[in-house]
Design a protein around this ligand. Structure first.
Ligand code: 16G
Length: 249
């Protein structure tokens, strides 16, 4: 059925669906601006009134937006990733679960003596060697986060032997963490970090600290990360405490 043959009441809905599909398929990928009304109504073979109604609907849905005096534009939002707060997974595993391939650009890798903060967080003596691995995490071409990970050398081994995944390397040594404490707050990116993440200087970001432990309570990881705030949603599940649940029964 062509658009022109669809029943009148549903015609503008069909136009909405067609436009959304064409945008998803990358039909207007080389431009952000939607073609003019006359051209578009010819392409879709519908009246300009129907087209206007469909565009209004897509503006309300946030797919398109009007810019005064400039035309109608396609909102090209970056795909957001919903990240559950309660599951202890690594970045590579997270991406794998979503059918994406994790990529990284290495910023620093090596064996060092810990700073006082690192020694305190990891619970190691100031003379114990630690491994630092800092990476820009890129599940696609869009950088998502900067991660500065630190682990005691005795759990992770030689820095150069770590492959694409830190957690896979810890698992290979039988030291994969089973529990972690995570702290998250809003921050503004320093200029160098903003440049790495491909955003404007002083853009907002999520700063996350993770301290991860083995089953016996020894600490294996202290990681500081800066997540681009426009690409991640952290999701937490909230449940009633067991006592409250009992009172309700
Ligand atoms: C996640 C963790 C990070 C961990 C990394 C390991 C958060 C906030 N951070 O990004 O602490 O070091 O995964 O990922 O979730 P990998 O196994 O891909 O190296």
């Amino acid at each position: 059925m062509t658009l022109a043959e669809a029943p009148r009441a549903t015609l503008y809905r069909s136009v909405c669906d067609t436009l959304k599909r064409e945008i998803d398929r990358g039909r207007f990928a080389d431009t952000e601006i939607l073609p003019g009304e006359r051209e578009l109504s010819q392409i879709l073979d519908v009246s300009r009134t129907t087209l206007r109604r469909a565009i209004g609907e897509l503006v309300a849905e946030g797919v398109l937006y009007h810019r005064h005096g400039a035309g109608t534009f396609i909102r090209r939002a970056l795909p957001r990733v919903d990240q559950p707060m309660s599951r202890l997974t690594g970045f590579t595993e997270d991406m794998r679960l979503r059918g994406l391939t994790a990529g990284s650009r290495e910023l620093e890798r090596g064996m060092f003596l810990p700073t006082p903060e690192e020694a305190m967080m990891l619970g190691v003596s100031p003379s114990e060697r630690i491994v630092r691995l800092s990476r820009l995490r890129l599940p696609s071409t869009v950088p998502k986060a900067i991660e500065h990970a630190v682990e005691p050398h005795r759990y992770i081994g030689e820095p150069n032997a770590i492959g694409a995944s830190l957690y896979d390397a810890l698992e290979a040594h039988n030291f994969k963490p089973v529990r972690a404490l995570q702290r998250l707050r809003a921050t503004l990116l320093a200029d160098a970090d903003a440049k790495l993440l491909g955003v404007e200087p002083k853009s907002p970001a999520l700063y996350i600290q993770r301290i991860a432990y083995l089953a016996d309570g020894r600490c294996v990881e202290f990681t500081r990360s800066y997540y681009r705030s426009d690409t991640y949603d952290f999701v937490s599940e909230l449940t009633l405490s067991p006592a409250m649940r009992k009172n309700r029964n």
